[in-house]
Design a protein around this ligand. Structure first.
Ligand SMILES: Cc1ncc(C[n+]2csc(CCOP(=O)(O)OP(=O)(O)O)c2C)c(N)n1
Ligand SMILES: [Mg+2]
Length: 421
């Protein structure tokens, strides 16, 4: 009897590994890219289980020729699409410049969102300005789309005397109450449950504003993600819950966060949430699905989980060298293309923007970024100028506690003695 219960094979642990490492050939054939327009757009009153195919498939609107096809194709005016293109171009030009500035020692740290611009830009354009964004460090596109001055972002990146965060945040961790952009936190995942809490409060107060939030593929492995989904489902919180699956979490590939057997979007089905998996490099698909989820939230139908399937085209941050863990050719082989090039192709096809006009638009945003850069650099770059010393004591507590008041007085007296005030 005892023998019969013994294992006949020795156990082995499965540790997910990426299909290739630097030096290996790149082969993205495992990624199934369904034709654009193939998936239906259900009624917003649909149940979670009606979205099974949408959670396991991939919603796409733009086909290979740049034509918008299928039920999800949004009826957007060409001017709005051109504005979307401009916003994405501006984000990319901003990222490129700030990355270079870090290499020149003008800031300590920078994070690009190259290849993922459609995610924040298209969604923010699909929502109302009063809706509250709970971003990660890769959604600078939301802030730029809402018209926050890029020179203010640069002042923060340079940690200079005009830094709107007064030196209390990392360079890229922006915050803007006026633009409905919740303070970015370095503690991954926290914004997910905070967004759900904010959305619950909005509903509890009978307000009309909804929330939208983002989490990276790697960060879905944090408990905050699951807590967020549960509360959002139980209380039908009016919130868009986005997973940005850019395939990498620094050097860890998506499989280690658990998408080898089921898509990230399908996590939502277990919580009874309608769930969509979307081509994140397709501006029209991102816009259309966000608008659908927003309509559900505004009709008191609750939260939607959206996986935005995309590719992190650049390094994780200026502190990272991706050639050490992924093939340098990966980006060229990415099967879903580039969001800016795809929207440009569509605009040319519908006769809304010629390639020459697109080139002029690009030159215009590069100049806009350069001008803002000059203005910020006049105030000072990292090390040459700094936020006021008192800044670190401000806005930390509503009423300053006695011990901080004492520390502030000591620091200021010390600075005055040393001529650093
Ligand atoms: C709680 C926590 N754990 C770990 C880190 C370190 N860290 C910073 S970014 C990052 C990778 C996140 O990857 P992902 O969630 O996929 O987002 P992406 O950077 O790809 O946008 C890690 C592990 C952190 N900041 N916070
Ligand atoms: Mg990631």
């Amino acid at each position: 009897m005892e023998d019969a219960m013994k294992n006949t094979v020795s156990l082995s642990l499965h540790i997910p590994e990426p299909a290739w490492r630097p030096g290996d050939p790149v082969d993205f054939r495992r990624i199934k890219v369904p034709p654009a327009g193939a998936l239906p757009r259900p009624d917003i009153r649909c149940a979670s289980e009606d979205t099974q195919k949408l959670a396991h498939g991939l919603i796409r609107v733009l086909d290979d020729q740049g034509e918008a096809v299928g039920d999800w194709a949004p009826a957007l005016a060409p001017e709005i699409l051109v504005r979307g293109l401009r916003n994405m171009m501006l984000v990319r030009a901003f990222d490129d410049r700030m990355y270079r500035q870090q290499r020149q020692g003008k800031t300590s740290f920078y994070v690009k969102c190259s290849g993922e611009e459609a995610v924040a830009v298209a969604q923010t354009m699909a929502l109302d300005d009063g809706d509250m964004c709970f971003p990660t460090y890769r959604q600078q596109g939301a802030l730029i789309t809402r018209g926050y001055p890029i020179v203010e972002m640069m002042n923060q990146i340079y940690s200079n005397a005009a830094d709107p965060m007064l030196g209390r945040q990392l360079p890229v961790m922006y915050s803007s109450k006026a633009r409905g952009f919740f303070t970015i936190s370095g503690n991954l995942g926290t914004q997910f449950s905070q967004a759900v809490g904010w959305a619950m409060a909005s509903a509890y107060k009978g307000d009309s504003r909804i929330a939208y939030t983002y989490i990276g593929d790697g960060s879905t492995a944090e408990g905050d993600f699951h807590q967020g989904l549960l509360f959002a489902s139980v209380y039908r919180a009016p919130v868009l819950l986005n997973i940005v699956n850019n395939q990498w979490a620094i050097s860890a590939f998506h499989g280690i966060a658990g998408d080898e057997h089921a898509t990230f979007a399908s996590r939502g089905l277990g919580y009874g949430l309608p769930s969509l998996r979307v081509d994140g490099n397709d501006f029209l698909a991102v816009h259309a699905t966000a608008a659908w989820a927003a309509e559900r939230a505004r009709a008191n139908l609750g939260a939607t989980l959206i996986e935005l399937f995309t590719y992190r085209a650049s390094a994780h941050s200026t502190s990272d060298d991706p050639t050490r863990y992924r093939s340098a050719e990966e980006g060229e082989h990415w099967p879903l293309g580039d969001p800016i090039e795809r929207l440009k192709q569509h605009l040319a096809r519908i006769g809304a923007l010629s390639p020459d006009d697109a080139a002029a638009l690009h030159a215009e945003v590069v100049e806009e970024v350069r001008k803002a850069g000059r203005e910020a650099e006049k105030v000072g770059v990292f090390g040459a100028s700094r936020p006021p010393l008192q800044g670190m004591f401000q806005d930390v507590y509503k009423d300053q506690p006695w011990h901080l008041a004492r520390q502030e007085a000591e620091v200021l007296a010390d600075a005055a003695r040393n001529g650093n005030a």
